[in-house]
Design a protein around this ligand. Structure first.
Ligand SMILES: Cc1ncc(COP(=O)(O)O)c(C=O)c1O
Length: 368
């Protein structure tokens, strides 16, 4: 079986460094929120640019909820996002007590459409969460223009786009805050759960550090109603290793995507779009075609882990159906969900596997 993603291959390719980092933590006797977390936070912030602050949390869903709470948002405050995302984005909004509202994607980038966004804004709208889906940067300049004009906060959901760039500037540095998941399959993946919130404002960073641990001040007095969403030392130490390889791992992803693009170019398939002024993080390689289910079945029969991101748009899940404003008019999202298919892609995927996958895609089109 060729999996669509392979976290164990990532561990094996950086094994010595990761084993050393794990041993260092085990020997230290300090296992939650310590020196490793602090160092990871500093390194992660510096990786994104000067004068930034990173706060390690337990996962990417908490990162979204805590970022919203850090802005003082909660009950009745509307947050506009897309239905074409991991359920986690919407779960994070509701975890903070906010009200999600859906806007459509635009078909080329598959990310939030800045024009449709404007039609969803109400008096209750307080924040926008664009999602850099599959590693493709959103149109941040257009989204920020809308947000600044209407005094709305922007939280970038960067969980699928670690180290993606727009004109040389990393995603996560355009909005007021940015959130990252470090789930094992992500481009910067832990060996367990992890998440990060990134921001420029040091006061917000301090507030986030309190919120992630019972609202505690340094004197361990709860100043706010907090939660327990701490990052542990083992995951932080592993993420420090992985961060040093993130750029080269992303390069490997892009090179494999080039190979797919080259070998699939003559088929009636829509390939992932890439703008020349952007660096795509290529978290997932997602194509679009007619009879996607037929192609997926064929590939799976050949031992190829073709899969769906996602089987359902969020507004089509029973938990969210018919209760989220904006869900009634998402034509581009609906069309995308009829046609999308994720092909295997991860840094260690051998070229021969890509060639085999492509051969099987060609074989399926020929026999149709
Ligand atoms: C776009 C997006 N947002 C948020 C998350 C939530 O991350 P986690 O699974 O770490 O809670 C994920 C990961 O699944 C994601 O892909």
């Amino acid at each position: 079986m060729i999996p669509f993603s392979d976290p164990s291959a990532s561990y094996k390719s950086h094994k010595d460094e990761i084993d050393q980092a794990i041993r260092r933590v085990l020997d230290s006797g300090w296992y939650v929120l310590g020196q490793e977390v602090e160092s990871f936070e500093q390194e992660f912030a510096a990786f994104h640019g000067p004068d930034l602050h990173a706060v390690g949390v337990a996962n990417g869903t908490d990162a979204i909820a805590l970022a919203l709470r850090c802005l003082g948002l909660g009950a009745e405050d509307e947050v506009i996002t897309v239905s074409h995302t991991a359920v986690a984005t919407v779960a994070g909004i509701e975890q903070a007590g906010c009200v999600p509202v859906f806007t459509d994607i635009e078909p080329v980038t598959r990310c939030m459409c800045p024009k449709t966004l404007q039609t969803r804004i109400s008096e209750k709208t307080k924040a926008i969460i664009p999602v850099h889906i599959f590693g493709q940067p959103c149109q941040m300049h257009e989204i920020m223009k809308v947000a600044r004009r209407l005094d709305l906060s922007v939280i970038e959901d960067c969980s699928q786009a670690h180290a993606a760039e727009i004109r040389g500037k990393k995603v996560g540095t355009f909005g007021d805050l940015a959130t990252f998941s470090c789930y094992p399959t992500k481009n910067l993946g832990a060996i367990g759960d992890g998440g990060v919130v990134l921001c420029e404002d040091p006061e917000k960073a301090e507030r986030l550090k309190r919120l992630r641990q019972y609202g505690w001040s340094n004197a361990r007095e709860s100043l706010h109603r907090g939660v327990n969403s701490r990052l542990d030392e083992l995951q932080a130490a592993i993420l420090r290793v992985k961060l040093t390889h993130l750029q080269s791992d992303n390069e490997k992803r892009r090179r494999l995507a080039d190979l797919y693009d080259h070998l699939l170019g003559d088929l009636p398939i829509t390939l992932p779009h890439r703008n020349t002024h952007e660096l795509h993080a290529m978290h997932l390689y997602v194509v679009e075609c007619d009879d996607r289910d037929g192609l997926m079945t064929h590939l799976r029969e050949q031992g190829i882990g073709a899969s769906l991101h996602y089987p359902l748009a969020v507004h089509r899940h029973r938990a969210y159906a018919a209760r989220i404003r904006g869900a009634e008019a998402l034509p581009n999202t609906e069309a995308f969900y009829q046609r999308h298919l994720t092909l295997p892609l991860y840094p260690e995927l051998p070229d021969q596997s890509v060639e085999k996958i492509v051969r099987e895609v060609h074989a399926w089109f020929e026999k149709r």
